[in-house]
Ligand binder design. Sequence first.
Ligand code: ADP
Ligand code: MG
Length: 428
Amino acid sequence: MAKASDDVNQRQSGVGEPYFCEECKRNHTKGKIYKEHLKFAKFKSVDDEVVDDDNKISDLLSKDDIASEEEALSNEIDEIEEENEEKNEEIEEIREEIDEDDLDEGLEDYNDDGNACVEAVKKLPGVGEATLKKLIKAGFSSLESIAYTPPTIIQKESGLGDKTTAKLIKASMEKLDIGFKSAEVVWEYRKNITRITTSSQELDNLFGGGIETGCVVEFFGEFRTGKTQIAHQLCVNVQLPKEDGGLNGNALYIDTEGTFRPERIIQMAEGHDLDYKKVLKNIVFGRAYNSDHQIMLIKEATNLIKEKNIKLIILDSLIGHFRSEYVGRGTLANRQQTINTHLHDLLRLTDIFPDLCVVVTNQVQSKPDVFYGNPTVAAGGNIVAHGSTIRVYLRKGKGEQRVAKMIDAPHLPEGEAVFSITENGITD
Ligand code: ADP
Ligand code: MG
């Protein structure tokens, strides 16, 4: 080790001159560093003098060497970067291909069914293959979905221009004959409204014969008041034949709290003597991990509804994620705006699919400044109150009993119903 150090000192004078190296018995140039010698240096670095000698070694490298080394390195970096770019391009291409494949598959599905809704969209003036693909991919696969959606949303989600969008909406509205109509026509429409039974006669009566299609129903209440249980029960009941209070359809369950339990579905299915395997199969389940994800799932629902014969959408719960993500007064306006848009997405679904039920649950927040009456109000404030069509407040009664109170419904009287939660689900 001492030898290597001497060698270093010796070589520091007369840089660039040739000399004979005793160490490796070869001719060297002073000031240049040789592999063989580095071994000594490296070995040395284990010693105490490590840091100092590291400096010395780099001092020994001639400027030319450093420059050529740097050049080689920068060339290498350039090569790697080029390779990376090529790879990125490849990835991008593959992604695009996948997207196209998805799209084509989607189109095939619709074509296989000879889907009348898509056919109608196809026939709109100015709708070519490319526009149709964009519309379907964004979930606008029926005249209704185009006619009832604000132009800005269609543009944002499909990537179509504003003129095309405006034309499409106008044409869809004309085809659907949207505009003023007589009350008689509205009555004809309302006569076709069907209902899902809750499995409790009392609760059904509160709703005028069960939970009706074509609107958004909100159940709000404190913890353990039965919101999630009712949601589970409806997923089973929607599958019943019409004569037994069902809609002969399937359910889409969006769970934001992680409280969906297939075992409860099994118990409830058995309560109705149904084959629970079939019942489970007919429930499409989606777990929403945050509010953006929740919003996205609802947007994606449009295509699923037709494909899977969905007649009931459950959103348990509506506000939970928003409440935990938008914290503090400063975010309130933003939060209310986002919830408002989300609620309108839900309401629009019932416009597009009149035989669809949408049921949302909502927590209550305590309102400490109220000293009399009900000290709790639904989370989400006025936005939610105005967005849902029918609102029911749940509270605990004795034991397994729960009380439901009709708070807000355009055509139903205010009233209360008592029901129970048992092992086999909701009953009177
Ligand atoms: P939340 O309103 O918080 O969503 P839930 O709908 O989950 O409340 O209701 C929870 C209540 O449902 C429990 O307190 C219990 O009374 C009842 N419950 C849940 N599972 C069963 C069961 N297997 N058998 C009987 N009652 C049940
Ligand atoms: Mg719950």
